[in-house]
Write a protein that binds this ligand. Structure first.
Ligand code: SF4
Length: 329
């Protein structure tokens, strides 16, 4: 275990927002976007380029441009999944554990937080009730909560929270690049060593990837490192992925050249998203990950039909009043 960030404690613990980044990855309106719609009645209607990118949405576009469109432009609903919800629950528990004094951050205390955090999550997201709607005797829910507890417990074999004092938890970050692209996301934990060195930590409830896929896993961390670099002028000393599913820790010490490469890659990605927004050419890219995609019914690769494109676009009338909208803003 790397100890240089332990007992870092200079900065007070400051819980950040616990919500997803504000949904502003694609916006509409404004001059300069493409005109012309499927209905041929597009005068005054424009589709604007995305205003910002998060690691998740960048990952969506890299995986499948059509998936990005369904999520960001069409905003098609998706069913909650047990695995993703368990991940959210475990993250909430690990965040809240740091409310306790250092000496009391024990595994039993963390496990005891699981039921209460599950209640809070259900209250804030009523749609999660459907996850266990067909589980009248509560057996499946009990197993699911038990698995969340095991993941929480495993964390104690990888890190020692009694020796950590995070500078930030669930930190919302946003930075604008020179190109005008805004990058945004939520970092699970930021540790600052007494020397001022910064470590960015992300918890994963899945298993560590095979070495040949490690670069993909690190993309998200380099994205955050780039944001921190742009915001604070400091390249984080270490990026750390903590895999609770397999009990592994993946670390990487970035250098400026790494982050410049990521910036170039994001710029190219943003350009590709702008082009797709303007042309409506959102190509499906089928892979084995399609098995987890909620949108097969709308995907041509599976015999489906996407919603009409462009969607009803934001129309700015002569009085400047917006009369419609498209996508996320
Ligand atoms: S099913 Fe596959 S190809 Fe189709 S939108 Fe989803 S990820 Fe893309």
């Amino acid at each position: 275990m790397d100890t240089s960030f332990e007992e870092a404690g200079a900065a007070p613990s400051a819980p950040g927002p616990t919500t997803e980044p504000p949904a502003a990855e694609a916006t509409t309106g404004g001059p300069g976007g493409a005109t012309g719609g499927a209905d041929g009645a597009a005068v005054g209607r424009v589709a604007a380029a995305p205003a910002s990118l998060s690691p998740s949405r960048a990952g969506d576009f890299m995986q499948c441009p059509l998936l990005y469109r369904f999520r960001v432009i069409d905003r098609l609903p998706e069913k909650p999944s047990e695995a993703a919800t368990r991940g959210t629950l475990v993250h909430a528990v690990l965040e809240r554990l740091f409310d306790a004094p250092a000496g009391e951050r024990t595994a039993p205390r963390a496990k005891a937080l699981v039921p209460g955090q599950w209640d809070r999550l259900r209250e804030s997201r009523p749609e999660l009730a459907e996850l266990f709607a067909d589980d009248p005797d509560g057996q499946r829910l009990a197993q699911w909560l038990g698995e969340a507890e095991r993941l929480v417990e495993r964390w104690f074999t990888l890190e020692d929270p009694t020796r950590l004092e995070p500078a930030e938890r669930e930190l919302f970050v946003e930075a604008e690049l020179e190109s005008g692209l805004r990058l945004r996301g939520i970092i699970d934990r930021v540790d600052v060593a007494p020397t001022g060195e910064v470590r960015i930590v992300d918890y994963k409830t899945g298993k560590a990837p095979r070495p040949e896929y490690a670069e993909n896993a690190l993309f998200q961390m380099k994205f955050y490192a780039l944001v921190i670099w742009r915001l604070k002028g400091v390249v984080p000393r270490r990026l750390q992925l903590v895999y609770l599913g397999s009990g592994d820790v993946l670390t990487y010490d970035p250098v400026p050249a790494d982050l410049e490469r990521v910036e170039r890659r994001l710029r190219a990605l943003w350009e590709a998203i702008r082009r797709a927004t303007e042309t409506g050419d959102w190509r499906p890219r089928p892979t084995k990950l399609c098995g987890w995609c909620d949108h097969q019914a709308h995907c041509p690769e599976f015999g489906g039909t996407p919603p009409p494109y462009p969607l009803p676009l934001r129309v700015v009338g002569s009085d400047g009043v917006e009369q419609g909208r498209m996508g996320a803003d």
